[in-house]
Design a protein around this ligand. Structure first.
Ligand code: NAI
Length: 336
């Protein structure tokens, strides 16, 4: 089992006297900057000239350019989208790094695929929350934590890991637990969930929508059943509270029997071959190469896929249920 570090295992003093720079003020950047500030540090924020910069100024940060922060900071949290990181790193960060500086990533992607290689003498660490940015902030404010994965490269004396853990504590993650991981493991697990787990749910919902409506069921009732009621959010919560299988007891006996006796049908051998295929595409870099090419070509396939998704009859049903959707959505969204 991976080592899990909690608050009591970590000393944040190692960050004292080190200037912490946050590059990017989006989902993770804003949440991490505010949490680090509330943990008693004075991070400096860098952002290009866009609406995120305005947000950071509104939150009370004096926002600088990325190269300025790269020059000034000793520890740089690199919190802009993975696909733009290599170019921004090459042009605005790398030229200003000094020996002993540390660059911290919130995902393993660019380090695993070798698209960012800090120079000799510069440390690279990872503090990757397993939580969306908004919840990183909300949980912190409630005094709660969230899981994160930590890793470091070329850690000769263990100092980089101590810094990664101190940052994990400063953002509130070790209140729950920081798992000792690696850039590779984070990249594989993260991409796997994105390419098998979530699309599996999406594809099945679309297929069931098509089949049930073909069989005479009302499209809006089917849409409500499949996701809009929020029942599957409640089931996911019950999995945490009562256990993955324990939550089954909240369902009727008929439902329990139906679920347990039919589960194997959902994983035919062809699907298992697909799982192997996806893991291979991710770990070999085949998916990464395809995505780099798609971006270079101006994302034509991505546009087409989006168009197809929005044209699906389920989107039409969702639009008809807009008022109901808003009522349920409001019960989830707390104040920003
Ligand atoms: P985001 O999409 O919210 O990033 C927006 C920020 O990036 C803004 O500050 C924007 O000004 C800046 N930005 C965008 N394009 C830029 C460019 N070309 N040049 C300079 N700045 C640019 O990013 P997000 O989702 O916060 O992701 C940041 C990192 O955190 C990534 O490594 C991601 O994998 C990781 N991560 C994200 C999670 C999430 O909640 N979205 C969860 C866990 C990890």
């Amino acid at each position: 089992m991976a080592k899990i570090y909690r608050d009591g295992d970590v000393d944040m003093q190692i960050l004292n006297g080190r200037k912490i720079g946050i590059v990017g003020y989006g989902n993770q950047g804003r949440a991490q900057a505010l949490n680090i500030k509330d943990s008693g540090f004075a991070p400096i924020v860098a952002n290009r000239d866009d609406q995120y910069r305005e947000k950071a100024i509104k939150d009370g940060f004096e926002v600088r350019s990325i190269s300025e922060v790269a020059r000034e900071a000793d520890v740089i949290l690199f919190l802009i989208p993975d696909e733009v990181q290599p170019q921004v790193y090459d042009e605005q960060i790398r030229p200003y790094l000094n020996t002993g500086d540390i660059v911290c990533f919130a995902s393993g992607y660019n380090v695993y695929y070798g698209t960012i290689k800090p120079p000799e003498g510069v440390g690279i660490i990872m503090v990757a929350p397993r939580m969306i940015g908004r919840a990183v902030r909300d949980l912190y404010k409630k005094g709660l934590g969230f899981p994160c994965l930590v890793a470091c490269e070329k850690d000769k004396d263990g100092r980089f890991m101590l810094i990664a853990l101190a940052l994990a504590k400063a953002i509130g993650a070790t209140r729950f637990g920081a798992f000792d991981s690696s850039f590779k493991e984070e990249a594989i697990i993260d991409l796997f969930a994105e390419q098998m787990l979530w699309p599996g749910i999406i594809k099945l919902c679309l297929l069931y929508f098509e089949k049930l409506t073909e069989n005479g069921c009302d499209p809006e009732i089917v849409t409500t059943e499949l996701y809009l009621s929020g029942e599957f959010v409640e089931i996911a919560k019950a999995m945490i509270v009562s256990g993955f299988f324990g939550q089954l007891k909240l369902h009727s006996q008929t439902s329990q029997y139906g679920q347990l006796s039919r589960a194997d049908r959902m994983a035919p051998p062809e699907l298992l071959n697909r799982v192997d295929e996806v893991i291979d595409e991710i770990s070999s870099g085949k998916f990464h190469a395809e995505w780099v090419k798609e971006q270079k070509d101006g994302k034509p396939k991505m546009r087409k896929l989006w168009q197809q998704a929005l044209e699906h009859p389920l989107s039409e049903s969702e639009a008809k249920l807009e008022t109901l959707r808003r009522i349920i959505a409001e019960s989830y969204e707390g104040p920003d």
